[in-house]
Design a protein around this ligand. Sequence first.
Ligand SMILES: Cc1cc2nc3c(=O)[nH]c(=O)nc-3n(C[C@H](O)[C@H](O)[C@H](O)COP(=O)(O)O)c2cc1C
Length: 225
Amino acid sequence: MTRYRKLHRVRFGILSYSSTMSYLLSVTSSTRGEQSWSNKLLSEFEKQFLEIHLGASIQSRFTGDIPHLDFAAQIAGRTPLEKHSPSDTAAFALSNELTDEVIGASALVVATPMYNWGPPSSLKAWIDRIINVKSFYKQTGQLADLPVTFIIASGGLYSEGENMKHDFLRPLLDECFTRIGVQDISFINCDPAGPLDRGMVAHDSPESAYIKAQKQIPQAVTRIR
Ligand SMILES: Cc1cc2nc3c(=O)[nH]c(=O)nc-3n(C[C@H](O)[C@H](O)[C@H](O)COP(=O)(O)O)c2cc1C
């Protein structure tokens, strides 16, 4: 599909990319709404993305609505689709929908807080739903051209310095998405966000983690073809 898009673009140079782009899949995990640094940065990312890809669409997914895998969904997610019983098909329905949403996207952006040195459990529930027989147990190369961006907010500084060894979030995300065949992964880091929430640093000051993270957005957006 992606290869076709590129050929199509070269052959008919007048077509803008957005006319063949499917959608940006935009995943959020923070429950803090407009107070969330990762949500604010995601809004900015989407705005810049739409400025470049005129007419492109955005599909949003909030992980807080995704239930953890029950036993039936676990079994169904590891059973080849051609062997699915009607009850497997029913148990796999949500995972199927979420996986197809990733496979069908032209780009993926995930905005998330760090919770207890890792992902919020709802983001992990989403990951547990999208890694399955369709995406992992049978490698198809279908995600090889998917650019993936993670926007991460944490109270402390983990993207650089002494605390990096305590960061289990970025390594986990990198491992999970590399395992399902993603080759282009980029991080936008909003840390330390704690001083912003505590009013110790103004959100618009040069030392603000939010301002520093904002500056990382253009490069992440413009790499999406
Ligand atoms: C349950 C919970 C666990 C947290 N664990 C960490 C942590 O391990 N390290 C850290 O630096 N901040 C931690 N924080 C702080 C959040 O990462 C921080 O508030 C971040 O800005 C939240 O993202 P958001 O602004 O997008 O909502 C935690 C917050 C909560 C509520």
